[in-house]
Design a protein around this ligand. Sequence first.
Ligand SMILES: [Zn+2]
Length: 421
Amino acid sequence: MRRTLVIALTWFAAIAGTAAAEQTAIRFGRLVNGAGSVVNDAVVVVDGERIVSVGSGDGAVPASAKIIDLRRFTALPGLIDVHTHMTFYWDRTPGTKPWAQLGTLHPAVTVFLAQENARKTLECGVTTVRDLGSYEYLDVAMRDLINRGAMTGPRMFVAGYGLQITNTPSQLRPNPEWLGAADGVPAVMRVARQQIAAGVDWIKMYGSTGSDQDVTGFQTFTLDEMKAAADVAHKAGKRIAIHSYGPSGAADAVRAGADSVEHATDMDDATIAAMAKNGVVYVPTVDHNRYYVDHRAEFGYDDDAVKRLNDYTQRNFETLRRAIRAGVKIAMGSDAVFTGFGENTRELEWFVKAGMTPAEAIGTATTNAAALLDQSKNLGCVAAGCYADIIAVEGDPLKDIKAVTTGVRWVMKGGKVVKSD
Ligand SMILES: [Zn+2]
């Protein structure tokens, strides 16, 4: 009996010892949660990759926890960028251009080099992305490498090949073997199912032209084709994002049951009202064409292209304003490609300029984005049970959104510190 007691005590001590050793208490001057609630003198206790408690003051610090003191900063949930192309990598070789180089490097080389995009994304406070389109399933590979801890980067929810009709000008490499090409309902169903079989989390569909310096928004897929893709996705327990630069593709995307509509400039009032009513998320990506204009030399865009891009940005911004006024749910998506990683969160400045409060803008990259991903219990939150994805910013993010877009000083993803200035 005595021996049993000794074993029991040893076992208890071992369990208690490990539990205490694993816990980290992080202290912040303030915590601004995704939903906008504020905790002063916040203490976030992390065990492994999850948050176990959120409290305030000395009393909330467990006696044996390791302490990280960030009381000069404000904490926010790790941010979510719901529109990236992480595997669009450009190595900056003189004489080359990003779009022309895309797809010419060996796939394994591309995935390896694209770690730079992933790292830059993490460093600006984005701990999760929804990656909307790749090729040869490089995105699936990156997601899995990151999840197994072999690569440093944000959590990725990926889409594989975006579905496109044959011969759109924006096609990545227009050829009959392009695995995302689909014409007609049966082909759309087949290609959507192939993406799911390859292990994607989302279906991406290009419902209009428009990409690169092409800002035309001609509808491509028909309503029936969009419906077919949405049905395949939903029946498999997945969701679908439909790209439309112009209004008619967006209108049909909403009718077809898209979970989110990307870009969608000049939408009519009825479409905006339907989005608000049915909870279809708008991902405007206004900042994306600002990025192209600022980086025009890299892309080789001439004055005419810059004029078109600026005009599109303005109309995109106006559509965003109308969507905000109509109460449409909005999520932050950068549409980051090539050298745009690290600028992922600039979109938030457009949101505030268009009429959101800073708290509402933060919500687009936390609570709204997490709900879109069906991850509200895991992501976009600093609360017991959520992943320990937390960022610390300098300045007051509720007064000036620039504290979020330029003031990220510390980033934790899944309980591991990945940036500390
Ligand atoms: Zn995109």
